[in-house]
Design a protein around this ligand. Structure first.
Ligand code: ADP
Ligand code: SF4
Ligand code: MG
Length: 417
């Protein structure tokens, strides 16, 4: 059995409307049936465009959002079914490192206080003296000076603050660390240092990681297995090297073709797959294959009507596409342009449409009606974090959420990054 197993996890946020009475008028299908396994001591990399549900999936593991359906099993225990008090104890074993290190550290607490908080809540260390010694050792391990203890988050650089975030997770001796875009807020020169640190710590401490990123380059070297997410579900999963050598799903092919290759000759020769259109709204996902509205290989049959399952095609490589074999063998050619002409075509269509629209009386086209017709009000459910006062992870998650998703209820479902 794997250390962490997700089976059919769904997180649907209700869309509420109404002044006096809240009516549920729809759902944001943020995570819509994800099954994956993370082996002990390994790293699972989860990639996908902003808004595809990665953060929500990470939070569902810690039960910081309610799981609508499915199970999250850590070391044999289904977290989705645990009473709150027991879940609080399990949270020590599952820690999170956030994208925005400053937003997730309380500016009014010094580093010793930030790091001790979780230790006190989970009964680690007999007294403050003992906790301080442990904190000092961990700060040193993550590359921070021991005088960092008395300093405040704003006194550190972005990279150092991310090291503090990592130290805060480590002092609780977790089994699994969920790193949500751990380096995307950092300068490129610092990113590699933090990724290397995560790798070293994994080797030394036998940690298990779920690393979430929108950038394939970030997860490539650190991950044993990579899962590619599109609009709430996995479209492909494979051991890291296999995925890079042989991406099979059209979406992964497109993502991969956007990653630059260092060899200029290969870079010149290789084929680019340019996707057109934005990620559809998770409140109104396309029928059938969620990717059919943008897939260059979409077929008239099946693609728009039947949702493909994630199927094993051998060697632990799973793909959710009706035509995996035909696309791989070249039997099926793209039905839409994939190169630069894809973009030109969309631009032409846009010009035509805009010219046509200019003749329509302006009153029929209020400014935002073309983008968000009748955008529904989304009332955010108070996350489970509120049920466990004093749990610093939960507090930090809530803070991070607020920092990452500042949109007010009523703005409608939008990407949080
Ligand atoms: N609390 C919430 N209530 C309603 N919608 C949400 C909530 N949290 C996230 N969403 C929506 O769910 C979708 C997935 O978001 P998220 O998990 O943050 O994606 P990612 O991390 O991949 O960028 C987005 O459309 C987002 O607006
Ligand atoms: S099922 Fe159809 S639309 Fe979906 S990825 Fe495969 S070919 Fe494209
Ligand atoms: Mg995110």
């Amino acid at each position: 059995m794997s250390l962490l197993e997700l089976d059919g996890v769904k997180v649907h946020f209700p869309i509420k409307k109404g002044v006096l009475f809240d009516r549920t008028v729809g759902h944001v299908y943020a995570v819509d049936g994800v099954s994956l396994k993370v082996e002990a001591g390994e790293t699972y990399g989860l990639v996908g465009e902003s808004g595809c549900g990665k953060t929500t999936l990470g939070r569902s593991v810690l039960r910081l959002v309610d799981i609508t359906e499915g199970s999250v099993v850590l070391d044999g225990t289904d977290l989705a079914k645990l009473p709150n008090e027991e879940m609080r104890r399990f949270r020590r074993r599952l820690q999170m490192v956030f994208q925005d290190p400053l937003g997730s550290l309380n500016p009014r607490q010094n580093i010793e206080s930030i790091l001790s908080e979780g230790m006190v809540a989970h009964g680690i260390g007999k007294n403050q003296e003992e906790r301080r010694e442990k904190i000092k050792a961990i700060l040193e391990r993550v590359g921070l000076p021991s005088n960092a203890l008395a300093r405040y988050p704003h006194e550190f650089s972005g990279g150092q603050r991310q090291r503090i975030g990592i130290a805060r997770a480590l002092v609780l001796e977790p089994d699994v660390i969920i790193c949500d875009e751990p380096v995307s807020a950092l300068d490129v020169s610092i990113q590699a240092q933090v990724v290397n640190l995560l790798e070293e710590l994994q080797e030394e401490l036998g940690l298990t990681y779920l690393v979430i990123a929108h950038d394939l380059a970030v997860v490539r070297h650190i991950s044993d297995v990579i899962g590619v997410m599109y609009l709430g579900s996995l479209v492909e999963e494979a051991p890291s090297d296999t995925l890079y050598a042989e991406p099979k799903h059209p979406y992964t092919k497109a993502l991969m073709s956007a990653v630059p290759v260092p060899d200029p000759e290969v870079e010149d020769r290789r084929e680019r797959i340019l996707l057109t259109g934005d990620l559809p709204s998770p409140a109104n996902p396309p029928t059938g294959c969620r990717f059919h509205t943008r897939c260059p290989w979409a077929q008239a049959e099946k693609c728009a009507t039947e949702r493909p399952e994630l199927k094993d095609v051998g060697g632990g490589h799973r793909v959710a596409c009706h035509y995996t074999a035909e696309i791989a063998s070249g039997k099926l050619a793209p039905t839409r342009p994939t190169g630069i002409e894809a973009v030109t075509e969309t631009e032409d269509a846009l010009v035509e449409r805009t010219e046509g629209e200019a003749e329509v009386p302006a009153v029929l086209l209020p400014a935002d009606s073309t983008t968000k017709p009748d955008a529904p009000a989304v009332k955010e459910k108070v996350p489970a974090a509120a049920e466990t006062p004093g749990d610093p992870t939960a507090d930090a998650v809530a803070k991070d959420r607020d920092a990452a998703a500042p949109e007010a209820p009523g703005k409608g479902p939008a990407g949080t990054d």
